[in-house]
Each structure stands twice: as structure tokens, then as C-alpha cells.
Design a protein around this ligand. Structure first.
Ligand code: ATP
Length: 138
């Protein structure tokens, strides 16, 4: 089995539906690589940069900013269900810069006011923006 099917589904639609040789994703336990024929599994995902490689010998890597979600590997098909996911070339980096600045400001304000829930929200928004910036500048 030299290939597997990769599908990424978000509320905005199907963001990816292709064959691949290798992907790497990140669960709360850390990063993991998946190759064709991987054992069936289901796991939560954290905000991360997902890597997709077409062929074993191929140097080229596609990157996708994945905003958490769930991964299921079943019978050589990988399905990722996420709140949002953007391919490297689709990321608007100036928008991500603005989101980063906004989240940093909100984090400072929440820390100053000791608002725990607001702090959590701002930290997650900051993580999303940093992830998009990283993927968008690959
Ligand atoms: P913003 O404050 O810029 O809206 P956000 O983190 O609140 O950022 P989300 O709610 O995660 O945005 O995403 C809303 C929609 O906008 C999703 O469809 C997501 O894919 C898209 N999106 C968010 N930021 C970007 C970006 N920098 N480039 C391209 N698409 C983006």
C-alpha cells in the first residue's frame, strides 16, 4: 500500500481530498507520522502545522494549518474534522498578523483584569494566529 486517502473537513467545506504517502499531525500527546496501512485509530488534535508528502522520495512538502479537531484513520483513509484548516498558499498572512496583535492585546487586558476565561480565549486565538503565520510563510 503506497498511498492513503487524506480528507480534511471543516464547517466551510472539504479543505483537502487527495492521496498522500506520508502525513504528520499533532495530538495532545505529541507529533505523530502516519504512513499507508496505519492501524485504525481515532484521536483529538491540537492546533498544529500538518505536513503532507506525496511520495517517499519527494522532497516537496505541503503544509496545512489545522485548528484542532479530530483525526480518524480507518482502512487507509485519514479523515480530519476541524473547526478550520487552511493550506499554506491560502493563508492571508496580514490577516494573521492582525489576529496575532489583537490576541496579544486581549491577553494583556485579560491578565491585567485577572479574567481567566478571557485569558484562555486570547491564548488560543494567539496560537491560531501564530500557527497560520508559520504555515503561511513556509
Ligand atoms: P480572524 O480574527 O482573522 O477572523 P480567527 O482565528 O478568529 O481569525 P477563525 O474563526 O479560526 O478565525 O476562522 C474563520 C474563517 O476564516 C475560517 O474559514 C478560517 O479558515 C478563515 N481564516 C482565518 N484566518 C485566516 C487567514 N489568516 N487566512 C486565511 N483564512 C483564514
Amino acid at each position: 500500500m503506497a498511498e492513503m486517502t487524506i480528507q480534511i473537513v471543516t464547517p466551510d467545506g472539504i479543505k483537502c481530498n487527495r492521496k498522500a504517502y506520508y502525513i504528520s499531525i499533532k495530538t495532545p500527546d505529541g507529533e505523530m507520522g502516519i504512513l499507508p496501512g496505519h492501524v485504525n485509530m481515532i484521536a483529538p488534535l491540537v492546533i498544529h502545522e500538518m505536513k503532507i508528502r506525496d511520495k517517499a522520495e519527494d522532497e516537496h512538502v505541503d503544509w496545512i494549518a489545522v485548528n484542532g479537531g479530530i483525526i480518524e484513520v480507518k482502512d487507509n483513509t485519514v479523515t480530519i474534522i476541524a473547526n478550520s484548516a487552511e493550506r499554506d498558499r491560502d493563508i492571508d498572512t496580514s490577516r494573521a498578523e492582525r489576529a496575532k496583535a489583537r490576541a496579544e492585546r486581549q491577553l494583556k487586558e485579560a491578565q491585567a483584569a485577572n479574567q481567566v476565561d478571557e485569558m484562555k480565549r486570547a491564548k488560543i486565538a494567539l496560537e491560531r494566529a501564530l500557527n497560520r503565520l508559520s504555515v503561511g510563510t513556509k
